[in-house]
Design a protein around this ligand. Structure first.
Ligand code: AP5
Ligand code: MG
Length: 191
């Protein structure tokens, strides 16, 4: 089993690289952002509540995303492993994930952190705003998302560093180059 956490600030390329990794290793992609946006699109009660927070660039409550991840892991019992994209985003989420994995005798292979300077992620997100119009790609929401990342999510990196599972890679360059750096890091962590 390979269980990889893709970590990084908004616009770091987590979603982009997840697509490549999913195919390369045959893993199931679990993106809490995508799962939440699907709830919003379906106008479920959970989606309507989450949308208010997401549009402001604020994190949704831990129990909501933990429940989503637990459900998806249970519904994929034969998975060869998972790519966690945008989860865990708080230390409480990381602890909940550890517990879920432990129950199934699994563990995290590596947390791969995509290091991208803020000027670059800002350019990427403003470009995506024009192309895709994601409702949280506004200047104000992006600022909040960065603040949430710095205050609540960065400590998650320390959590995995202390377990010897943290790897930082340069997230700037061509998508294919970055993908190569990620697979090298994952392959090294597997052995
Ligand atoms: P989420 O959907 O996870 O958004 P995010 O973390 O802000 O990250 P993005 O999806 O914007 O960026 P990304 O790193 O995936 O980059 P991408 O590949 O798209 O979360 C959204 C919201 O949901 C949160 O704010 C929160 O409200 C809620 N939420 C989600 N998970 C939660 C959790 N666990 N707990 C609580 N709340 C949660 O790339 C960005 C752009 O750059 C794209 O246009 C792409 O084409 C381009 N690009 C990618 N790579 C490159 C490259 N190498 N060079 C140039 N351009 C590139
Ligand atoms: Mg994403």
């Amino acid at each position: 089993m390979i269980n990889v956490i893709l970590f990084g600030p908004p616009g770091a390329g987590k979603g982009t690289q997840s697509q490549n990794l999913m195919q390369h290793y045959g893993l199931v992609h679990l993106s809490t952002g995508d799962l939440l946006r699907a709830e919003v699109a379906a106008s479920t009660p959970l989606g309507l509540e989450a949308k208010k927070l997401m549009d402001q660039g604020l994190l949704v409550p831990d129990h909501v995303v933990i429940g989503m991840i637990e459900g998806r892991m249970k519904s994929n019992p034969d998975a060869r492993g998972f790519i966690f994209d945008g989860f865990p985003r708080t230390v409480a989420q990381a602890e909940a994930l550890d517990l879920m994995l432990m129950k199934n005798k699994l563990s995290i292979t590596a947390m791969v952190s995509l290091v991208v300077p803020e000027a670059e992620t800002a350019t990427r997100l403003m470009k995506r705003a024009l192309e895709e119009g994601r409702s949280d790609d506004t200047e104000e929401a992006i600022k909040k998302r960065i603040r949430e990342y710095q205050e609540k999510t960065l400590p998650v990196a320390e959590y995995y560093r202390s377990k010897g599972r943290f790897v930082a890679i340069n997230g700037v360059g061509a998508v294919t180059e970055i993908f190569k750096r990620i697979t090298e890091a994952v392959d090294k962590a597997r052995h």
